[in-house]
Design a protein around this ligand. Structure first.
Ligand code: AMP
Length: 170
């Protein structure tokens, strides 16, 4: 199975100069979609994960089925103003623009080991801000999982020194 067969490149989206890696063909293919979740589960099997966080919004798509498969809880990291209870916040720079992310302060018991999941790592700002949020809750980042890594942008250099799983690279 070559997952790249199911990723579509859309030039100049959402703005000129960005080559957008569109995962919707993969999501629409039941074999490729199941294969992705199964590979994620195999590759993080020894990370000793207590919880998964998915980063809004495509991190939810992979994070939740993975949490189900690993038998652990899930928490969403969301854009500002979406989570109803008390939150921690962290700001970050995107490949295009900048934003803030929020996580419920009581998302996990203190000391939990948390796996961070997103569809893609580009500059690494989003994932690094999410790691800051986990640390604000008094928990440990057990690792990161991305379907896609844009290697040329060097995002993994921004992340803490924990295991990183990626299923395909450009
Ligand atoms: P970054 O913070 O630069 O690592 O950006 C990662 C976030 O932006 C992820 O949530 C991705 O879904 C999204 N993203 C950034 N660049 C791209 C791209 N070229 N194609 C698809 N999604 C992207």
């Amino acid at each position: 199975m070559d997952l790249k067969d199911h990723i579509r490149a859309i030039p100049d989206f959402p703005q000129p100069g960005i080559l957008f890696r569109d995962i919707t063909p993969l999501l629409g293919n039941p074999v490729a979609m199941q294969y992705s979740i199964d590979r994620f589960a195999e590759q993080v099997a020894d990370y000793r994960v207590d919880y998964i966080v998915g980063i809004e919004s495509r991190g939810f798509i992979f994070g939740m089925p993975l949490a189900y498969k690993l038998g652990v809880g899930f928490a969403p990291v969301r854009k500002p103003g979406k989570l109803p209870a008390a939150v921690h916040a962290a700001s970050y720079a995107l490949e295009y623009g900048s934003d803030t992310l929020e996580l419920h302060q009581d998302a996990f018991p203190t000391g939990s080991r948390v796996l961070i999941i997103d569809d893609l790592i580009a500059t690494g700002g989003t994932a690094a801000a999410t790691a800051e949020l986990i640390e604000q809750t008094g928990c440990t980042v057990a690792g990161f999982g991305f379907l896609i890594e844009l290697v040329g942008l060097g995002g993994r250099a921004k992340l803490p020194d924990v295991p990183i799983t990626v299923l395909l690279q450009y």
